[in-house]
Design a protein around this ligand. Structure first.
Ligand SMILES: [Zn+2]
Length: 78
């Protein structure tokens, strides 16, 4: 799931959740418009940009301890 990260660090984990989160939010916003007829999608779509930006920011602020390191760090031989 996490690309280039053997043991998903918090940063990679948040990054992998960004797209699903934005897609779910888009689904909710479209539902608010077409199903419940509350807010038109033409007025709520910037929320998706904000969400995407916040998620990207969170993934960069999150600690990347253990990023890219193999599962067994105690390898003595080269
Ligand atoms: Zn990572």
């Amino acid at each position: 799931m996490a690309n280039g990260c053997h043991r998903p660090c918090p940063g990679c984990r948040i990054r992998s959740l960004c797209w699903p989160l934005v897609l779910i939010a888009a689904g909710v916003l479209f539902s608010l418009d077409f199903i419940w007829r509350l807010w038109p999608i033409g007025k709520t779509w910037p929320i998706l940009l904000i969400l995407w930006g916040l998620c990207g920011m969170a993934s960069r602020l999150a600690p990347d301890t253990g990023h890219g390191t193999p599962p067994s760090p105690s390898s003595a031989g080269v």
